[in-house]
Design a protein around this ligand. Structure first.
Ligand code: DAT
Length: 158
């Protein structure tokens, strides 16, 4: 089973993906680690303070997995036939800004991420790529509640 967790940075992907992988006995795959390990970094965007990554190459690396929860906002670039469920985590922008301030993100990066969240870039792209999408508004929900929503969906056969 392959479950991918996408969403704007700060929406809770790592928190949820780690916990979900433990609950389901699946491997936890961290996108950032794969980018480092496989040297998929193609550059660095100084203005946005973000890595430039070849999404197709990254998707191919993810597609080598067969029983995993994949934690990456770029995970929706995977072939949808190879994915059982694509979870899109959403978050209120005020809360997202608070979390990004805690992480000391640059203003340009915060602006870019807030815009991406408002436009639901990850969710829309995931739908367009044909994924079975479960979109969750995480605002005010504890991680345990979010996990329960995902498990419920898996039980009802994705
Ligand atoms: P991401 O991997 O999408 O960047 P994260 O899992 O690292 O997100 O979480 C970002 C911050 O928000 C981190 O300090 C933990 C906190 N957080 C995550 N999920 C939460 C939730 N459901 N409720 C409250 N705080 C949460």
């Amino acid at each position: 089973m392959i479950i991918i967790i996408t969403g704007t940075p700060g929406t809770g992907k790592t928190t949820i993906a780690k916990s979900l992988s433990e609950k389901l006995g699946l491997r936890y795959v961290e996108g950032k680690r794969i980018i480092e390990k496989r040297e998929l970094k193609e550059g660095y965007d100084k203005v946005l303070d973000a890595l430039i990554v070849d999404e197709k190459k990254l998707a191919r690396e993810f597609e080598k997995e067969d029983n995993a929860v994949i934690d990456s906002h770029l995970s929706y670039f995977m072939n949808s036939k190879k994915v059982d469920l694509c979870v899109v985590l959403r978050c209120n922008t005020r809360e997202l800004i608070r979390r990004m301030e805690e992480r000391k993100y640059k203003p340009e990066k915060m602006r870019e991420n807030v815009q991406a969240e408002i436009m639901n870039v990850c969710g829309n792209d995931a739908f367009e790529r044909g994924h079975k999408v479960l979109e969750i508004n995480t605002t005010g929900k504890k991680p345990g509640e979010i996990i329960s929503i995902i498990l419920e969906r898996i039980k009802s056969s994705c």
